[in-house]
Ligand binder design. Structure first.
Ligand SMILES: NC(=O)c1ccc[n+]([C@@H]2O[C@H](COP(=O)([O-])OP(=O)(O)OC[C@H]3O[C@@H](n4cnc5c(N)ncnc54)[C@H](O)[C@@H]3O)[C@@H](O)[C@H]2O)c1
Length: 391
């Protein structure tokens, strides 16, 4: 089948349209950029509020003007989208960009309607729901991946190669520090921040990354946290979460690796970037330090003070010659999904072909198992929780 792809996007918030920020989000610009090389007929955005229609129209117009593309979008309600999805060939795939606690409910309905899915992280907060999604996907031989874009960040890919080359010898530990401005839970995600937490929402990226970099499996986890600021603002979630995860080598069960996470959702408004993120890997023969915030591009203006920019995630960049393009590892993550779906709907590939090389639902059971273990440990004031990521 050579007809162009029809893409359904569920959610019209910060990540899809940049709503509430001074940007245009990541998902719609990525789809517009991808439409230069892939055959995308239309993008239908579905969410819960009628005002989204105007936002989607305005953002699409701006993106097409900036990129010189011709992306066609339409807005429908979520209920309409589900009934359309059940009709034969209304959509080829869905990109699900809604809060964590809705992933199972929405993902299962879309899989039942026969759509290939790209789900924002985490796959689901609980192992039972994540497994159900994987079973539904497998039963229908659909393609399901999680949008773990850090797997496309070139600094992480360089680290992966160094580890494959055994530069650090036997690994001892990995420390991750990841935090975000308090404006994120207080202003952008007030509606659902209390139903998530900083480990589940943000640190899960690095849980997946450790699995991707090392291939080790998590065996147990513990987490403790502090609270106060967000609670005082009426948001019942942790200010900071600190977790330890023990991992085991698949080839040698005597080899273990510890990872520590220090995360917070209360960085001051005046920090120079929305997210502060860095990690360190220590092995018997060496160490790697990777600062994923301070990458060397800083902008200081009278109007906004100093900002540290990350041009590598998802940005409009100047195109040599004229005009702009949308680029970065965020873009690559969406492009990879759309390329895979195109090859599947054209019968040039099947979902199983990507099992080893993509953050599939099956691979994402690992990060979900860690999220669930840390959440349970937080409830029991830091008790270790066993993890059976394969079982
Ligand atoms: N903002 C980012 O930079 C970013 C990056 C990566 C991943 N994500 C992920 O994207 C998801 C959403 O984040 P966001 O930043 O866009 O949040 P947001 O709160 O701005 O938007 C959430 C969207 O989901 C929609 N929604 C909620 N419940 C729904 C339902 N039952 N049916 C249909 N639509 C529903 C809302 O209408 C809204 O449009 C989160 O899981 C987050 O982890 C966000």
């Amino acid at each position: 089948m050579r007809r162009p792809m029809r893409v359904l996007v569920i959610g019209a918030g910060v990540y899809v349209t940049g709503r509430g920020t001074d940007g245009l989000g990541t998902v719609l610009p990525a789809l517009a950029e991808a439409s230069r090389t892939l055959s995308v007929e239309s993008v239908t955005v579905a969410a819960t509020r009628a005002e989204n229609r105007e936002v989607v129209e305005r953002v699409t117009r701006s993106i097409n003007e900036i990129l010189g593309t011709n992306l066609r979008t339409a807005y429908v309600s979520f209920t309409e989208a589900i009934s359309m999805a059940s009709a034969e060939h209304a959509f080829d795939c869905a990109i699900v960009v809604v809060p964590d606690d809705k992933h199972y409910e929405i993902g299962s309905r879309l899989l039942a309607a026969g759509l290939h899915i790209l789900m924002v992280k985490p796959l689901a907060p609980s192992v039972a729901d994540a497994r159900r999604l994987e079973t539904l996907r497998d039963d229908r031989n659909l393609y399901g991946v999680v949008e773990f874009h850090k797997r496309w960040d070139e600094s992480n890919l360089a680290v992966r190669r160094l580890l494959e080359d055994d530069c650090l010898g036997r690994l001892a530990y990995i420390d991750v520090e990841y935090s975000q401005r308090r404006t994120v839970p207080i202003e952008h995600f007030r509606a659902w921040a209390a139903r998530s937490n900083i480990f589940q929402y943000l640190a899960v990226h690095y849980v997946d990354l450790i699995y991707f970099l090392t291939g080790f499996s998590p065996v147990r986890a513990m987490g403790v946290g502090t609270s106060g600021i967000l609670r005082a603002m009426g948001i019942e979630t942790w200010d900071s979460i600190h977790a330890l995860v023990e991992w085991r080598s698949p080839s040698d069960p005597t080899r273990t690796l510890l990872s520590g996470f220090s995360t917070n959702w209360i960085d001051p408004r005046a920090t120079t970037a929305m997210s502060d993120q860095k990690y360190r890997i220590v092995g018997e023969a060496g160490r790697i330090d990777c600062d994923q915030k301070n990458r060397g591009l800083e902008l200081t203006t009278e109007l906004r003070g100093s900002e540290v920019l990350n041009p590598y995630f998802s940005q409009f960049l100047s195109r040599p010659g004229s005009g702009q393009r949308f680029a970065g590892y965020g873009f690559q993550s969406f492009l990879s999904f759309l390329q895979d779906v195109q090859s599947i709907v054209r019968n040039e590939a099947c979902p199983g072909d990507f099992a080893a090389t993509r953050p599939t639902f099956r691979q994402a059971l690992v990060s979900t198992a860690v999220v669930e273990a840390v959440n349970r440990s937080l409830e029991s004031r830091g008790e270790w929780r066993a993890i059976d990521a394969e079982g």
